[in-house]
Structure formats: C-alpha cells, structure tokens
Design a protein around this ligand. Sequence first.
Ligand SMILES: Nc1ncnc2c1ncn2[C@@H]1O[C@H](COP(=O)(O)OP(=O)(O)OP(=O)(O)O)[C@@H](O)[C@H]1O
Length: 270
Amino acid sequence: MPLLELVDVTKIFRTPHGEARAVDGITLSVEAGETLGVIGESGSGKSTLGRLILRLAEPDSGSVVIEGQDVLALGRGELRRKRRHWQIVFQEPFASLNPRLTIRQIVEEPLIVARMGDRAERRLRVLATLEEVGLSADFMDRRPANLSGGQQQRVGIARALVTNPSLVVLDEPTSSLDLTIRASILRTLARLRASRGLTYVFISHDIETVRHFCSTVAVMHRGKIVETGPTRDVLMAPQHPYTQSLISAALPVVPYSAVVGSTNSRGQIS
Ligand SMILES: Nc1ncnc2c1ncn2[C@@H]1O[C@H](COP(=O)(O)OP(=O)(O)OP(=O)(O)O)[C@@H](O)[C@H]1O
C-alpha cells in the first residue's frame, strides 16, 4: 500500500477575474521512504498540490489517502491529532515563523497541539530535535529575527519533525537561500530522511536539486501532471514536450555535486 495516494484531485480558485484550475485531476502515489519531486514552472500548481495533500486547502473533488486514512473524511479534531504525522516545511522560513515567539516555543507548539508529553518531556524533545537539525541549545531562547536564513529554515525543519511525522511536504525549502546554505540544508534533509525513514514530497522549480534529491519526479504543467516516473528516467529521457522544454531551459549554474558532495560534518551551527 502506498503511503500517500491521490486520486483525481482538483482545486479551482474562483476569483473576480475568472477561474484558475490550480490542480486539475491529479492522481499520484508515493511509497514509504520515497522522495517524490514535484517540478514545474511558477503557477503550475505545485504549492496548491502540497497544501491539498495535507488538507491545508480543501479540494473541489477527488480523494487524498495517507497511511490508509482518508484525509478528507477527518473531522476537525481528528485532523488536528493526525497532523503530527504529516507535516510541511515552507519556502520562506522567516514568514512562516512567529516573530514574537522564541525558537523553543516555535518548535514546541506542534507538540502542545498534538498533546504530546509533559513540559519536561517536550523540552527534551525540542532540544533533541534542534540538535538533529544542527542547532545547539543556545538557540532555544532566541527569536527568528536573530537567526540567519539558513538557521531559520533549520527551525522550520525542526518544527516539522518534532512530532515524529512519517510524511513531510517540503515546499521549496531552499529556494530563498543562497547556494552553499542550500546545499547544507539539503544534506541535513537527506540525513534526516535516512535516519528517520521519512517520506518526502519535495516541491521545487530547480531541476538540478530534484535530480540529486528525489527518487521519483512528477512534472506539473497548468495543474496537471504531464509526466512522472523514476527521476533518472524522466530527466534523462523526457517524453513530454513540456518536460523537454523545462530541462533545456534549466541552465546548469554550479554543479550540485560540486557543492554537496564534499564535507559532511554534523552540521552543528552555534
Ligand atoms: N488563494 C488563491 N486564490 C486564487 N488563485 C490562487 C490562489 N492560490 C493559487 N492560485 C492560483 O493557482 C495557480 C497555481 O498556483 P500555485 O501557487 O499552486 O503554483 P506554484 O507552481 O506553486 O507556483 P510558484 O512556484 O510560483 O509558487 C496559479 O494560477 C495561482 O495564481
């Protein structure tokens, strides 16, 4: 049984200027341990798809099943409890972190919502998760504005992982960061995937990142998946003209392997 299964999912935004079929009849499945890359140009519906998977947006039709659970059948309370298993990391770390809270409060919040552990247990868990993403205990009492972009995104990752989820949607988690920071965050995400056996849906417009990070890929164009399969096959021998044009438009800047393939320390930042 796949960990995630979408069948014929559609989301239409109705605006004064007309209808946008942001996600248009998407069917896909993701196996446990797989990293599915979702690529496509801006406006192709990637973020909407990510939100629909986690029911952060309601589809107009279709079904979403995660770990055998029909997500759209869940009531409010059930959904809140289930959320701990399915998390998201957003593109803009600073915008997604409450500036008034300390890092400790931000990372602890999902534990409180999921009613996990007492105060002491939650504190230990926050500490351990921060350490896992490469942040020392010194960060606990700081606020987002005092952190670099990369550190802020590590907090975003810790917040997503603290409840020990099985599925994580990564919505362009490194797009707002510069190249070396990007590589270091990707290394952390890859390490966590291996150590925790995570399943990722990785939304990106960067083909080179997807090539190295994702086992399978789905190419989105105008709300539809036009091509999907093992990353290597799709990117080496794209069948759909849209995929072909995406690949030829992607100019190699710095080879990903030149940045990522080097050192691999524990990534501790203090
Ligand atoms: N809340 C909304 N209201 C109206 N239209 C929306 C809304 N959210 C998204 N859309 C429209 O849906 C389409 C898909 O948007 P979406 O953000 O999912 O694409 P994307 O591929 O993630 O783009 P980007 O890479 O720029 O984030 C676009 O036409 C967008 O304008």
